[in-house]
Design a protein around this ligand. Structure first.
Ligand SMILES: Nc1nc2c(c(=O)[nH]1)N[C@@H](CN(C=O)c1ccc(C(=O)N[C@@H](CCC(=O)O)C(=O)O)cc1)CN2
Length: 284
């Protein structure tokens, strides 16, 4: 079944849900999913609706202009319209750690992620055998402080050639430039191995161990120019004890990273994430 997904935001006012529903019903739309949120403090309304396309009276290209004309203009809406076909194309960036990569590839192999993975990009060769065993092209682009601009140019060229829709940083340990990020606004997902905003930057497990925390966590977020400061998509935590070694903290934490990242990817693929003023609304 083919599905359309509408995400709107506007100033909060009465009648929005009714008018969106009326629009879809008037063109024979069968609503499959609907969720909304009102930020009372900001006076903002947010809504996501998904409906069957098969029997819908409007063609793909007619929906947005017709909705804009009949509903959007009246409420001064910001409108995003998506479809669940063709399958999105996701690139994975890795460095040397394999746990998140293995988890994504395993879930993908098991059919849990409705996405195509045309390419994996790395600044090291370590994970090439793993990726190629899954039949996915692996490109090595070494990155250093002196070649970052040219390396990113090559990365962007690869992503364009492979028609990539979004990028997942699966423990990719290079800071991306603002120019790179501007090619994929709110379309680069990073997994940070701490419960942000605690322990930003490199080596958060070691910082947490030194601090003697009782809970560690992981945070999946959209990447912005400021390090580990982008809109948070998902977070998970796990308890640790005084007797845990740093190696045990890392092992416990890496399991949390995998679950957190895969949930964030799923929300993104389902078009259930709306980033707004550096926070996110995760629709059900
Ligand atoms: N612009 C952004 N780039 C990246 C982000 C981000 O939020 N904004 N997240 C990181 C991931 N990360 C922590 O989760 C992280 C990665 C790398 C570093 C870092 O200091 N890298 C050094 C090089 C280290 C090395 O060569 O091994 C650097 O890039 O100079 C800190 C945090 C991914 N990118």
């Amino acid at each position: 079944m083919k599905k359309a997904i509408l995400i709107v935001q506007c100033s909060d006012q009465k009648g929005i849900v009714a008018e969106v529903s009326r629009f879809l019903y008037s063109y024979n739309g069968n609503i499959l999913e609907v969720d909304q949120h009102v930020d009372v403090e900001m006076g903002m309304f947010f809504m996501r609706a998904a409906w069957e396309l098969d029997s819908f009276f409007l063609g793909k290209d007619e929906i947005l202009p017709r909705f804009e004309e009949e509903v959007g203009k009246r409420f001064k809406m910001e409108i995003k319209l998506h479809f669940d076909f063709p399958r999105p194309r996701m690139a994975i960036f890795v460095s040397k750690l394999s746990h998140c990569l293995f988890d994504i590839l395993g879930r993908h192999h098991a059919g849990q992620l409705e996405v195509d993975i045309p390419v994996v990009v790395s600044n090291h060769s370590d994970l090439k055998p793993i990726v190629e065993a899954f039949g996915i092209p692996f490109f090595i682009i070494p990155v250093s402080s002196s070649n970052k601009e040219s390396a990113e140019a090559l990365q962007l060229q690869l992503l364009e050639e492979h028609r990539v829709d979004f990028v997942v940083l699966a423990r990719y340990m290079q800071i991306l430039s603002g120019d790179f990020i501007r090619h994929f606004p709110n379309r680069i997902i990073n997994i940070h191995h701490s419960f942000l905003p605690a322990f930003v930057g490199a080596r958060p497990y070691h910082a947490a161990f030194e601090r003697g925390v009782k809970i560690i966590g992981a945070t999946a977020h959209y990447v912005t120019e400021e390090l580990d400061a982008g809109p948070i998509i998902e977070q998970e935590v796990a308890r640790v004890r005084h007797h845990n070694t740093i190696a045990e903290l890392v092992q416990i934490g890496q399991d949390v990273e995998k679950v957190t990242l895969s949930k964030a990817i799923k929300y993104h693929l389902d078009r259930k994430v709306l980033a707004f003023r550096n926070k996110t609304i995760i629709f059900y």
